[in-house]
Design a protein around this ligand. Structure first.
Ligand code: FES
Ligand SMILES: [Fe+2]
Length: 378
């Protein structure tokens, strides 16, 4: 039995396989998943620089609605301010740097839990007790740091990179490709977070290929998944995708009769969009669900999971019932994916040889490996 030596530089190992012709494609070496050093480089080169999906705008519908997250080690709050605008800001007090908000909820103002400095919803400092005798204290200069935040087709994107191009520019190709789905027209019905014991890329890659559907999901959707009808076209610099056709009787997956924008076979078509680095959307004519992934450790991923229906369906009681059933199914499918992706990570911790060749159904994984290699060069 061949036992492989602990790797050299993971970025170098990846470089060696990532740019082979597609016919010779291989999965990424295990070191790019298990190495803390490689993850540190992903965080500084990727997560600190790219757009990160922070959910749907209608998940924070009211003034004062907020949620908190960490991106590249930075505590951030996304909040709807008093003018109704969504903002992302440092979730850190300008006094002695306490974290401010926890979890999610609604608040009239942001009050520091340490000494009570109080900020407006736009981050300006409203008041600070017992600061009148300090000569260098200037309330106007003590606002919370603002972070890039954009709304695009109903999504909320944040970035720590002040110079990043706009989401609309970066993802213009998606807009032209699935413009007839009108993503802005979907309503979020659920949003939750959880953590799994796997590498973030294992989960992203699991989403990118439907090769695993018949086996990993044999107990749920495996039987109705027609892998031979999966199309994996070449992707783009910012994302890859593949498509599936759904059956007429899969109610919410097929366009509503009132939907006249989707024509012909597009009324049955599901897009699986994998937007780099870690934003994954299943978009069907009637419903959508998505994952946004953030690495907590090489073997631990935080998952933001949400979904909902297209407006034409969202208003019908019957569709709501279907969606509830679908939600139960999605949870079961997720459990299966959890098992599959955690088993993959457990296998990657072994000393046995590196992962093997990829199927033609894993073209997105091949392209993702190139994206990672370009961002974390040897
Ligand atoms: S650290 Fe926030 S008020 Fe002191
Ligand atoms: Fe799956």
């Amino acid at each position: 039995m061949e036992i492989v030596e602990a790797s050299l530089d993971p970025a170098k190992e990846l470089r060696e396989i990532a740019f082979q012709p597609f016919e010779s494609a291989r999965a990424m070496p295990k070191s790019v998943y298990t190495s803390q050093d490689f993850l540190d480089r992903e965080i500084s080169n990727i997560f600190a620089k790219e757009w990160f999906c922070a959910g749907r705008a209608d998940g924070l519908p009211n003034v004062g609605d907020f949620f908190t997250l960490e991106l590249a080690g930075q505590p951030i709050t996304v909040i709807r301010d008093q003018d109704g605008k969504l903002r992302a800001m440092a979730n850190v007090c300008r006094h002695r740097m306490s974290k401010l908000l926890e979890g999610s909820g609604n608040t009239k103002r942001i009050v520091c839990p340490y000494h009570g400095w109080t900020y407006n919803l736009d981050g300006t400092l409203r008041g600070a007790p017992a600061m009148t005798r300090n000569k260098v204290f200037d309330r106007k200069k003590m606002g919370l740091s603002q972070i890039r935040c954009e709304e695009w087709l109903g999504w909320v994107l944040i970035s720590l990179n002040p110079d990043i191009e706009s989401v609309a520019q970066k993802l213009g190709k998606i807009e032209s490709m699935v413009g007839d789905f009108d993503m802005g027209n979907y309503e979020q019905a659920f949003f939750e977070t959880f953590e799994w014991n796997t590498n973030w890329k294992v989960l992203a890659e699991n989403f990118m290929e439907s090769y695993h559907l018949p086996v990993c999901h044999a107990a749920t959707i495996g039987g109705v998944s027609k892998v031979d009808e999966v199309e994996c076209p070449e992707g783009f610099e910012a994302f890859n995708y593949h498509t599936l056709q759904k059956e007429e009787d899969f109610t919410l997956s097929v366009a509503h009769p009132d939907n006249t924008a989707l024509q012909g076979e597009r009324r049955y078509m599901t897009y699986l969009l994998a937007i780099y680095p870690s934003w994954l959307i299943t978009l069907t004519p009637g419903y959508f669900w998505y994952l946004s992934l953030y690495p907590l450790a090489p073997g631990r991923v935080k998952i933001y999971f949400g979904g909902g229906m297209a407006k034409e369906f969202a208003s019908s009681v019957e569709s709501q019932k279907h969606f509830e059933e679908l939600r139960v199914l999605l949870d079961e499918v997720n459990d299966e994916d959890k098992g599959c992706t955690e088993r993959v990570y457990a296998g990657m911790l072994s000393n046995f040889p590196n992962p093997g060749p990829l199927s033609h159904l894993e073209r997105p994984n091949y392209e993702f490996a190139q994206y990672i290699s370009n961002k974390v060069p040897a």
